[in-house]
Write a protein that binds this ligand. Sequence first.
Ligand code: GRF
Length: 199
Amino acid sequence: MRIGVLASGRGSNLQALIEAWKLGELNGELVAVGSDHEEAQALKRAVEAGIPHGAFPLSRFSSRQEQEKAILTWLREQKVELLALAGFMRVLSKEFLQDIQIPVLNIHPSLLPSFQGLHAQRQALDYGVKISGCTVHFVDEGLDSGPIIAQEAVLVLPGDTEDSLSARILEAEHRLYPEVVGWVAGGRIKRNGRIVVKI
Ligand code: GRF
């Protein structure tokens, strides 16, 4: 399956996907990496891995709608069949998600539905939970609200800071995301409304 990734920044989850792909563990190939930031480290990682890449900064478009249209057209040109968001800092519109007609996945650094949105790790610390983690889910038009595919729990330790908890969750993200992308690309996921099962 032809897999595309959208990332806005650092791209460490993209890197985990690249490594899994190189080990033949993705049930597909990475064929496109797009970003809304020209300087994103994710794009540099794509260059190093020899993956076609595209930058779509908002400044180059007259509206967010035009920006999304350009991203969609480009993903179609690359014949992407599965799209994985990896730190893509924009909520995709309902129209984009309807038009794309392929599964769209996201990874989020909390056990959803707790702590949606930005700074999920800080929200978890501020709330005082003792277990957090990461979630891979299908993307719908809401914020981190789509059907959950898989989660990995991570302990919150006494004395944790936002940085230390984020780093521990990130290790789990790097295990979980490539695994789940591989399941979806390999046709091992069945979805019935919100309920998602691995077969
Ligand atoms: C990750 O924590 C991911 O869960 C969230 O954004 C962060 C992206 O990190 N959606 P990176 O760019 O993959 O390093």
